[in-house]
Design a protein around this ligand. Structure first.
Ligand code: ADP
Ligand code: MG
Length: 690
């Protein structure tokens, strides 16, 4: 394959090893690279004549190497220092590098270089460890003399390699067709796609970069809105089974529960069952914090469906969560529902282990009312007898086509199953309105009685000792501790380094006597599962992890959540993390440890968390307190279907939505916009919305 779809491993100068590191970042082709935007930028565009250079400035100078040599440092004989003198006709300046002895071979006297960095005047004006590149007479630069992109790294990748591959990708940007209809480009005042992609990687100016970001954000929101609107329109042409509300059966099931439903649970369950009385396919979102009782609501609805011979499939994002759901529901509804669990490793019907064949037979002949599993439930060998409802946990991306696929399997003429999506990520009301305006929502904004709030406090830098004391006391009493680390550096996109650093410090220092496990993005799914399971079994006292524990296991014995670098996370996400503890009978605590002195606004954000235990309130506060344009912050904020879009972009979202609607009103099948149609279908695949 050549052009923009060329594989990275075949790009000149990359090689198999580096390609593997690209692959770790999920980048296989130049197209992927083009859409992997910089993490931040370094503005080195201030190119000065040497005579103008002053101490403290961040600048680029360009000139000829007048002299260069290596010497050993006086203080430490082992350190190699390279010193060069550069002249540009207006003056000379010194440049110093440490541990880069090879530079004398590359930057020989007479070579024209471009050097960028901060100017220091400790020993006369000098650039210390400047970025460098040989420019020759053409004077075009990649790493200096411009606004320079900084990318995510993994393994042995360097910024230089990433930029060279990005340059290669950008040079092929002409291969990417402008799929946005030209009247929208004009009317919404967007810059052309090719220009946006180029400026995104190698911006000429800050303004150009802003325009590029705006265009690409608009693209994301527009495709998202288009896909959802189209899917909703398709849904309206479909039928679904009419399942009546069987009040007696539902009331009996409620009465058999060991607790009283909250009003919010009742209201939601009733609203869902009312939806299902209609032949229009339901598309409802059930939102509520972890522990607010969503699973229980879904199961009640399944009871109602089962009373009329309709089956329910419940999909969880991981095997562990599927098993947890099965355990909860077998306990609560084992008498009313025939429940099956189907994962790669576990097959169970009514609490008894069965073979795969037996289980599939149970689904096919209707002996199972509620099947719980991962996406394995969607594979082709699984056939239902009469599937009336699909419940999807933590997974908004479930399209009409997937529902259709399940329907076709059951081969019944009643239409497609109803759909209930559940999420524990509360979306601020104002945002939800524009994002999912016509999606029905039910909120569980009330907690079951008896839930203890999780005592939350900010642990300022220098006061860690007190928190460590609490953690030790808990572990000594047999409880367990979560420690979560942020992604701090672009060089550590998988969180390996930050987890390792905290581990090294904790395991050698304050928590030497304890058994500590680690979890980060480089582990394979199976390895992650194994660590999580071992932790859940109590084989470790402490688990140090990246946010992979966010949507994770229910460890009732865990009582402390300690968040490193807390100011780097979004509030909604911190709230999710905090929800990992406080699941059992013991009182739990959450410590928020910033990585540096907190700014006033950062403290205000963390204080919101100290003061509120309510996910919806916090989502609103997050929207209010978060500044726009924090690209990396977005990745950690849990708003993951968008690369660039943030909570703060309501205006762009609402604009994109209007354009999407107009487009579909005018050309419902996008028959007159084939490029847009293809792009939308590709997007559906990218976000697994098929
Ligand atoms: P979610 O799916 O929202 O995280 P679950 O439905 O799994 O919540 O419920 C969490 C726990 O709380 C379960 O053990 C469940 O049995 C229990 N639970 C659910 N509803 C109530 C209630 N109204 N009162 C007390 N406990 C409840
Ligand atoms: Mg749940």
């Amino acid at each position: 394959m050549s052009g923009i779809l060329q594989e990275i491993k075949t790009v000149k100068g990359v090689g198999a090893l580096k390609a593997r590191d690209f692959s770790r970042l999920g980048l296989e082709t130049l197209y992927d690279v083009l859409y992997d935007f910089p993490f931040r930028y370094d503005d080195l565009s201030n190119i000065l004549h040497i005579v103008e250079v002053r101490s403290g400035q961040k600048i680029t100078v360009q000139g000829r190497i007048a002299a260069i040599e290596n010497r050993k440092s006086h203080a430490s004989r082992r350190m190699m220092i390279t010193e060069a003198v550069v002249e540009d006709g207006t003056g000379t300046i010194k440049a110093t590098w440490f541990h880069q002895g090879f530079l004398t071979k590359l930057l020989r006297p007479g070579v024209i270089v471009s050097l960028a960095g901060k100017v220091d005047d400790k020993y006369g004006l000098a650039l210390v460890n400047p970025a460098y590149e040989v420019i020759g007479n053409a004077r075009s630069t990649t790493h200096t003399g411009r606004i320079v992109p900084i990318y995510r790294l993994a393994g042995a990748l360097t910024q230089k390699v990433r930029r060279i591959v990005a340059e290669r990708a950008v040079s092929l940007v002409g291969d990417i067709a402008e799929w946005m209809p030209s009247d929208i480009v004009k009317d919404a005042q967007l810059i052309p796609l090719a220009a946006a992609l180029r400026e995104m990687h190698f911006p000429e100016t800050t303004t150009a970069k802003e325009k590029a970001i705006h265009r690409l954000k608009f693209d994301e929101f527009f495709l998202h809105q288009l896909l959802h609107a189209k899917s909703r329109r398709e849904l309206q042409c479909q039928r679904a089974p009419k399942i009546t509300f069987n009040e007696k059966i539902v009331k009996d099931a409620v009465a058999s529960l060991p607790f009283v439903l909250t009003d919010a649970q009742k209201k939601s369950a009733w609203a869902i069952m009312k939806d299902m009385q209609r032949t229009e396919p339901m598309n409802r979102l059930l939102e509520g914090d972890v522990g607010s009782g969503k699973t229980a609501v879904a199961a009640l609805v399944a009871v109602n469906a089962a009373s009329q011979g309709w089956q329910t499939a419940m999909l969880a994002p991981t095997e562990i969560l599927a098993e947890q759901h099965a355990m909860t529901l077998e306990r609560l509804f084992g008498k009313t529902l025939r429940i099956a669990l189907y994962t790669r490793t576990k097959r169970r019907v009514n609490g008894r282990e069965v073979t795969k064949e037996q289980l599939l037979e149970g689904l096919r002949n209707g002996k199972v009312d509620l099947a719980i599993g991962t996406h394995a439930l969607l594979t082709e060998q699984v056939l239902f007898d009469r599937l009336g409802l699909i419940v999807v946990d933590e997974q908004h991306r479930f399209g009409v086509r997937q529902r259709q696929a399940l329907k076709d399997k059951q081969g019944d003429a009643d239409g497609i199953p109803h759909l209930l999506s559940m999420t524990a990520t509360p979306i601020p009301r104002s945002l939800a309105l524009v994002l999912y305006g016509d999606l029905d929502r039910s909120l569980l904004d009330e907690y079951p009685a008896g839930r203890k709030p999780i005592a939350t406090s900010i642990v300022d830098v220098g006061r860690e000792g007190e928190a460590y004391g609490v953690m030790k006391k808990e572990m000594d009493a047999g409880r367990q501790v979560f420690v979560v680390c942020p992604l701090i550096e672009e060089s550590d996109a998988l969180g390996v380094q930050s987890v390792n650093e905290v581990y090294a410090y904790f395991a050698e220092g304050p928590f030497k006597e304890y058994k500590i496990a680690m979890l980060h993005g480089k582990l394979k799914t199976k390895e992650k599962d194994d660590v999580m399971r071992a932790f859940a079994r109590g084989e470790f006292d402490m688990l140090i992890a990246t946010t992979v524990v966010e949507v994770g296991i229910d460890v009732q014995n865990a009582t402390v959540m300690y968040v490193e670098g807390a100011e780097r996370f979004g509030l909604a996400q911190l709230h999710q993390l905090r929800g990992r503890v406080g699941r059992g009978e013991h009182a739990s605590v959450c410590f928020l440890h910033p990585s540096a002195m907190l700014s006033l606004t950062a403290r205000e954000r963390l204080l919101a968390l100290v003061e509120s235990q309510n996910g919806f309130e916090l989502a609103e506060a997050d929207l209010r307190l978060r500044g726009p344009g924090d690209v990396f912050g977005t990745r950690q904020s849990g708003f993951e279907q968008f690369k660039l879009g943030t909570y703060a972009d309501i205006d762009v979202i609402s604009m994109a939505k209007d354009y999407a609607k107009t487009m579909l009103d005018d050309d419902p099948d996008l028959a007159r916009h084939p490029l847009l149609r293809d792009r939308m279908l590709a997007y559906a695949q990218e976000v697994h919305f098929e």
